[in-house]
Ligand binder design. Structure first.
Ligand SMILES: *Cc1c(COP(=O)(O)O)cnc(C)c1O
Ligand SMILES: [Zn+2]
Length: 437
């Protein structure tokens, strides 16, 4: 990876972006023409990033990748909307000397015990709780931080149910940027603690994530802060797509038949699809996996829209313990619905009970501790198998999107309390009687 050592990397930054295309009207814009959304459609006009794949493919090859020792998401830099060479020593931000270098490159485990239980031949778990701030959101927030530095901003803001903000606060700390964060007051304490300790200005909104989102948008416009809000910022999908690039590369360029992932706003699943389309454009994809979006039954706006057909949504106040997918107005709805429809996938809903079951199964037979939303993808797979939507011979990947330490209250709700005993062996014997035979 070439690094700019002159310190003035902005002077010769370059990338392979051709432009941005509105998902609603198809209008295309030059990269520096618009910052966030299609001017004709306002906040609804989410943009998709276009690349010059022919130019990318000339130097970026699977052989070059195989020889690259960098395991982080930056190994796919030619497919990202950021400056190349990436900011380096002497610049304000050194991607390779900070926690930014630890984003992505998460392990893909083969989960044979869970596969056996489900009657599947090949099941893999992608553990994205292993990112620096312990969720998938680091992939997107890393891009936001680089874009903010590129555009000379000092303050970055986002609304979040918790993880996107924790990721932004943590990675902004690596770049010396200030953050202003809008989270619903119901966010789990561990996520709020992450924000505070990274030095964010935290605004706990007496309201829902959806209200925090609109408030953050208004504030970013008023104060000129760089805005990371999901979908509104077109580059978040680009960070998130690196997970599907990794999955296919980790499977030695044999794509899985199906990928299961939890869906709230729809940015992750839209991003996974984007990564797969990138690989298709480069001629590196042997098959397009079906994308299965898993929603909490109490926050299933996209599942409902998918079932009804079309791209209109009927917002509902969300009701689920999986706070990271408690979304009533999914902001990336178009990309999410197209991802599922275009790949022949489905939306699946799971209730909170099934999510708690999935947390136990993932931890006890897969050895991964997931937060509720992080386990929802697996809960969706369990349901899909039970309903015959997945064949036993299919290769399946489940993305685990967040670490369980983010929300220990739900973990204890899933397991029950520990045994409390007096400090003597009699108490141990009495307690263990019946537990071990
Ligand atoms: C944000 C998040 C999701 C859902 O991602 P969307 O892009 O909102 O669909 C799932 N799981 C976790 C842990 C998350 O933080
Ligand atoms: Zn438009």
């Amino acid at each position: 990876m070439p690094l700019c050592l002159c310190g003035n990397w902005k002077a010769h930054m370059t990338n392979h972006m051709l432009g941005l295309k509105c998902v609603l009207c198809g209008e295309e814009y030059a990269p520096d023409e618009v910052e966030y959304v299609c001017p004709k459609h306002g906040d609804e006009g989410v943009l998709d990033v276009l690349y010059d794949y022919a130019a990318i493919g000339r130097t970026f090859t699977r052989e070059a990748l195989a020889a690259n020792p960098d395991r982080s998401m930056w190994r796919y830099a030619p497919l990202l909307p950021v400056s190349r060479p990436l900011p380096a020593a002497g610049a304000r931000l050194n991607v390779y000397a900070s926690p930014l270098r630890a984003v992505g490159g998460t392990p893909l485990y083969r989960a044979d015990r869970l596969a056996g239980e489900l009657g599947l031949r090949e099941l893999y778990l992608k553990d994205d709780g292993r990112n620096p701030t312990a969720s998938f959101k680091d992939r997107a927030s890393a891009i936001a931080v680089v874009k903010a530095v590129e555009s000379g901003r000092a303050v970055v803001t986002t609304a979040s149910s918790g993880n996107a903000a924790a990721a932004l606060a943590g990675l902004a700390a690596a770049a010396g940027l200030r953050t202003v964060i809008f989270v619903p007051e119901t966010a789990p304490q561990a996520k709020v603690a992450q924000l505070l300790i990274f030095g964010a200005t935290v605004l706990l909104v007496h309201g829902s994530y959806d209200q925090a989102f609109d408030l953050c948008l208004a504030a970013s416009q008023e104060f000129g802060w760089y805005c990371r809000n999901t979908a509104y910022n077109p580059y978040m999908s680009e960070g998130k797509k690196t997970a599907s690039l990794e999955i296919v590369e980790q499977l030695d360029w044999h794509a899985p038949d199906a990928i299961f992932v939890a869906v709230g706003d729809g940015c992750i699943i839209g991003g996974l699809w984007k990564g797969l389309r990138d690989l298709e454009a480069l001629g590196w994809l042997d098959r397009m996996p079906r994308l299965f979006g898993v929603q909490a039954a109490g926050a299933a706006v996209l599942a409902d829209a998918w079932q009804r057909g079309g791209e209109d949504i009927r917002p509902v106040p969300p009701q689920t313990l999986a706070d990271s997918i408690a979304v009533g107005i999914p902001r990336d709805r178009i990309k999410a619905l197209r991802a599922v429809r275009a790949t022949g996938g489905m939306f699946i809903t799971v209730n909170d009970e099934a999510i708690l079951d999935a947390m136990r199964a993932l931890a006890q037979r897969g050895a991964i501790f997931a937060e509720p939303a992080g386990a929802a993808g697996y809960a969706g797979l369990v349901r899909a198998v039970r309903e015959g939507l997945i064949r036993p011979d299919e290769r399946v990947v489940v993305v685990v999107t967040g670490n369980g330490l983010k929300d220990v209250r739900s973990a204890i709700q899933a397991t029950g309390e520990p045994h409390r005993i007096e400090p003597d062996l009699t108490a141990v014997r009495a307690t263990l009687k019946g537990l071990f035979r």
